[in-house]
Design a protein around this ligand. Sequence first.
Ligand SMILES: CC(C)(COP(=O)(O)OP(=O)(O)OC[C@H]1O[C@@H](n2cnc3c(N)ncnc32)[C@H](O)[C@@H]1OP(=O)(O)O)[C@@H](O)C(=O)NCCC(=O)NCCS
Length: 152
Amino acid sequence: MIADTPMAYVESLEAARRQTETQWQVRAAAMSGEGSITLVADAGEDGSKLCGLMRVVLKHPQNPEKPVQAVLISVYVAPEHRGLGLADELLNESCKAAAEELRAERIELGVHEENVRALAFYRRHGFEATGASRPYPQDTSKLELVMERHLP
Ligand SMILES: CC(C)(COP(=O)(O)OP(=O)(O)OC[C@H]1O[C@@H](n2cnc3c(N)ncnc32)[C@H](O)[C@@H]1OP(=O)(O)O)[C@@H](O)C(=O)NCCC(=O)NCCS
């Protein structure tokens, strides 16, 4: 994922490669906890051929006073599956899970300002720029734009 589209992720390939097996297991355990849903599309009988991945997590899991909001992260569809509807299916299911399982009213995401394909994809799915942005961690001369949409 990171090697394929470095600007899509906040972690560098080098940093990801430095993670030990134990660190990956800790991350996976954190991601499978309450307030986090991972959707995976795979084509291998043993789940080894990753076709697509998206995650939704709660933005403020510890703060019941804030409106319930979800964040979309880890968005990836393998090159051979792009433009064929798999990304649409994963995003629709992610939004559904955020609304129905996390009870979120809105969903937001961060996208690199030059990731034109992702920007077009999110706009087609009703996401709009909030006007907020932050420096992109791997290259602070570029911006990560915040987009969001209501959930039904
Ligand atoms: C972002 C991603 C999930 C979108 O999935 P997809 O199957 O490629 O999406 P689609 O083809 O349905 O839609 C992409 C849109 O970009 C357009 N597009 C395709 N190639 C493009 C290009 N080179 N430049 C600009 N726009 C492009 C398509 O026409 C389409 O526009 P439309 O919705 O107005 O018709 C997928 O491309 C991906 O995994 N990219 C690498 C990882 C990544 O960037 N993740 C996002 C991190 S925020």
